[in-house]
Design a binder for this molecule. Structure first.
Ligand code: NAD
Length: 371
């Protein structure tokens, strides 16, 4: 992982870009920014105009460095509505059949894939082949094999691959990471991650193995995997996991309802995590070192994130996660900025390797070594 020095360098770079952003600053950023910012802008097309795509689009209105300029959708009525709302020209609108033609569109730099999980891999390969930067929602793919193919395809096409890990720019999260890197918690021994909610409509794609690739682990459990890695600051070397199912009708074969998993790190630190689609309000991280602790609850929701450490409350201001993420993604792509916690394809791949191991551990009951 990063050294403390490089962390501080990156943190100060981030602070220059986001000097104490408040919610009001964010909502006024467009007006203020359009007057003061005349640097390069990342022109983004969103693929998949669903719930999260809508949230990202609305958040991007307040970005200076990133702008929504195009859409890719299978629903013409949505395209029309988005065109009207975000002033998107006809020439930047595509569907799932014809979007390879984006290669000939000089007005789009990047495509943000916000479709069901199983579509990320084939769509990312097509976007890369079209020569556009790929921004992809979590989970980046269904497994490490697919993830590796995405990394390779983007490398080959000489485009960037970034994963929508919005928490990597969240100020309270970054403060805990700074404290850990600074040694303020002492040697890290334990992380707990609880990630879950009670899922509704049994017909939704999240409960369809073909589209989701699994169940709660692919969707929400991944936050505890990713969080364990950036909170502990190491890559796990072993995984154990146990699956439990109370409703096999709703959660069919291959769709996990609840999984408990444990990760072991090279230093001897361990993580104990829960991923579930059956309990509401599970959104908590707890990090313990020999000299102190950090507790965050909620830890990965849209915010405001709340947290405290052995030194007191975390008071860093809230900013809309997706606005900050897109500003930072633009800086990474356009200016070569290196984030404190990585958001590239390799980072997505690390989580997928762990997900593969968790599913294997559930199936075999064995401790799975990670290399
Ligand atoms: P959603 O169901 O609201 O939207 C999915 C969109 O994909 C819809 O517009 C749908 O029409 C479109 N789509 C295209 N092909 C489809 C197909 N074959 N079947 C079904 N829908 C199809 O889902 P969402 O909540 O927007 O999630 C989309 C992605 O974003 C997922 O990968 C999810 O994990 C991710 N996500 C990330 C966050 C985050 O905080 N980073 C939050 C929510 C969702």
């Amino acid at each position: 992982m990063n050294t403390r020095r490089s962390f501080l360098q990156k943190l100060s770079a981030a602070a220059i870009t986001f000097p104490l952003i408040s919610f009001e600053d964010c909502t006024n950023a467009d007006q203020a920014g359009s007057k003061t910012y005349d640097g390069p802008v990342l022109r983004v097309a969103i693929m998949g105009l669903g719930g999260y795509g809508t949230r990202v689009a609305d958040a991007m209105v307040d970005c200076k460095k990133a702008k929504l300029v195009g859409v890719i959708s299978g629903t013409p009525s949505k395209v029309k509505a988005w065109q009207a709302k975000y002033n998107i020209p006809d020439k930047n609108c595509y569907n799932y059949e014809n979007f390879d033609a984006i290669s000939k569109n000089p007005d789009i730099d990047a495509v943000y894939i916000i479709t069901p999980n199983s579509l990320h891999h084939p769509q990312a390969l097509r976007v890369a082949k079209a020569g556009k930067h790929v921004i992809c929602e979590k989970p980046m793919a269904l497994n490490a094999k697919e993830g590796q193919e995405m990394v390779d395809a983007c490398k080959k096409a000489n485009v960037k691959l970034l994963v929508g890990y919005r928490m990597h720019f969240e100020p309270k999260t970054l403060e805990v990471v700074r404290m850990r890197m600074d040694g303020e918690l002492g040697k890290i021994l334990f992380f707990q991650g609880l990630s879950g909610f009670r899922i509704g409509d049994p017909t939704q794609w999240r409960l369809n193995k073909q589209l989701a690739g699994g169940g709660s682990m692919m969707d929400i459990g991944i936050y505890s995997i990713n969080g364990a890695r950036y909170m502990v600051g190491e890559e796990p070397v072993w995984v154990t996991a146990q699956e439990s199912k109370t409703d096999p009708v709703k959660f069919k074969e291959g769709v996990d309802e609840t999984i408990q998993f444990q990760l072991g790190f090279p230093s001897g630190a361990v993580a104990s995590c829960l991923s579930t689609y059956s309990m509401n309000g599970l959104d908590k991280f707890y990090l313990n070192g020999v000299n102190g602790f950090a507790e965050m609850q909620p830890s990965t929701g849209y915010g405001p994130i709340k947290g405290r450490t052995h030194k007191g409350e975390l008071t860093q201001p809230h900013a809309t996660h997706q606005t900050v993420q897109m500003e930072e993604f633009a800086a990474i792509i356009l200016e070569g900025r290196k984030p404190v916690i990585p958001v590239d394809g390799e980072e997505g791949l690390r989580d997928l390797r762990i997900i593969d191991a968790i599913y294997e551990a559930c199936k075999t009951g064995k401790k799975i070594e990670l290399r």
